[in-house]
Design a protein around this ligand. Structure first.
Ligand code: HAM
Length: 424
């Protein structure tokens, strides 16, 4: 029996959880200030949702889904991404009747059967935003601006924004034909996947990672040259707004994204630190998805960011994010005072302090060491005498200074000390 975690999954231990929580809090906070509300959707959906939403020609649907049959014979799939589920919920919950735009964010785990690599896992987390109901380029600019604000708050720099427009279905048709014309003489030399893509969705040919196909894609026609006037104008406006917001970008005419629902604006934030794919975050506009899933025509735009890749990037840039909470106070005790130490700790914790006490039956010396290792700010040794006199000595670990304090006043003393510390 193999008792290891399944390949591609990770255990997140408390130190990393603390870093993640700091990122989560900051993301929730920035979304809050931009007026986005959090949505949570099921971990699994009907397989058909992703086939229709993400697209049957995409790598995700063709190769990467965790699909299973439940006991009722339904085909279900662990969500490989969040947009399809959120769009399904938008339709099913009648959110189209809410005042537009409907602005949502999420923090959810995703599942893709991919080859393990640095920054590429089979279960991973995404922070995402989806905006429904606005076709205006202002919406594209807002979601990109939100990301830029988030990176700025985290102190991240040097993440490049790549931007492209892949047009609407109308201008896509001409482009599709141009691609087929270009690839036709090379058909026999394409990898077997690309031969399927050629038939199913030629746009995906531009996405292939195989050396030969990748080289061919470098010379292929680009969608930007085939944009209709309306798409061109939309793209120009998006760029203009980003300039106004001070968000730097690079136009990458070969950026197509790996999911089929995109229209017009597509973008990725990339960095060399996060493995071969380099993308920390990807998104774009998907004006046809809601109708594709059975809703009314409803323009939409959004993005998702890989949390593990964000952590890698922060580390690469030497930015510490979030640490385990250090105790304000460690109460050391003896067997005869252990119960009182537990009670005092609980009382102080309920008042809002971080307090630890010994739950190992250790010697005072070992408890002192533990307090030091945990980075406690103060120590209080609770012996029989301290209990009898109802007062003890509060020792500050940073400089060894001590002061006497009635046991009933520990809380107010910690509060005072905390205020002094905040002031310094
Ligand atoms: P995506 O580009 O497939 O887009 O994924 C977005 C981000 O998720 C990537 O940039 C990457 O950071 C992270 N990611 C993807 N696969 C993995 C993996 N196997 N391991 C670790 N991280 C990974 C979407 O998912 C779209 N739903 C984004 C979107 C939202 N577009 C519009 N709205």
């Amino acid at each position: 029996m193999d008792l290891k975690a399944p390949r591609g999954t990770r255990d997140v231990l408390p130190e990393e959880t603390a870093r993640r929580q700091a990122l989560e809090r900051a993301f929730a906070d920035v979304c809050d200030r931009y007026g986005y509300g959090e949505i949570r959707v099921p971990t699994f959906e009907h397989t058909e949702l992703f086939v229709r939403g993400v697209g049957d020609a995409s790598d995700i649907v063709r190769k990467e889904m965790y699909t299973f049959e439940d006991k009722g014979g339904r085909s279900l799939t662990l969500r490989p991404e969040g947009t399809a589920g959120v769009a399904r919920a938008f339709i099913e919950q009648g959110m189209a009747s809410r005042p537009a735009p409907v602005k949502l964010w999420y923090n959810m785990n995703m599942f893709r059967y991919e080859k393990m690599q640095k920054g590429r896992y089979r279960e991973f987390w995404q922070f995402g935003c989806e905006v429904f109901g606005s076709e205006a380029p202002e919406a594209d600019a807002e979601v990109i601006g939100l990301l830029d604000s988030y990176f700025l708050e985290l102190g991240l720099s040097r993440i490049r924004l790549e931007l492209n427009s892949i047009g609407c279905p109308r201008c896509r048709e001409a482009f599709r034909q141009a691609l087929k014309d270009y690839y036709k003489p090379h058909f026999a030399s394409l990898c077997s996947d690309c031969q399927v893509r050629y038939e199913l969705n030629p746009l995906r040919l531009l996405d292939c990672k195989e050396d030969h196909c990748h080289q061919l894609a470098e010379e292929a026609p680009v969608q930007l040259d085939f944009l209709c006037p309306a798409c061109l104008e939309h793209f120009d406006k998006v760029k203009g707004y980003l300039d106004k917001l001070g968000v730097a970008y690079t136009i990458n005419p070969r950026l197509v994204r790996g999911l089929d629902y995109y229209t017009r604006t597509v973008f990725e934030f990339v960095s060399p630190h996060v493995g071969t794919q380099g993308s920390i975050c990807g998104g774009g506009r998907y004006d046809g998805l809601i109708a594709e899933l059975g809703g009314d025509d409803m323009p939409a735009v959004g993005f998702a960011m890989g949390v593990e890749r964000l952590l890698i990037e922060l580390e690469a840039q030497g930015i510490p994010a979030g640490q385990l909470k250090e105790p304000d106070l460690y109460i050391a005790s003896f067997p005869s005072t252990a119960a009182d130490a537990l009670a005092l700790a609980q009382q102080l914790i309920r008042e809002g302090f971080a307090v630890e006490t010994d739950i190992m039956g250790r010697s005072i010396r070992a408890q002192m060491k533990a307090a030091d290792r945990r980075g406690a700010r103060f120590i209080l040794v609770l012996g029989d005498r301290e209990l009898a006199e109802a007062k003890g000595r509060l020792r500050r670990l940073s400089d060894g200074s001590e002061s006497e304090v009635p046991l009933t006043a520990v809380s107010s003393r910690l509060k005072q000390e905390g205020e002094v510390l905040d002031h310094e």
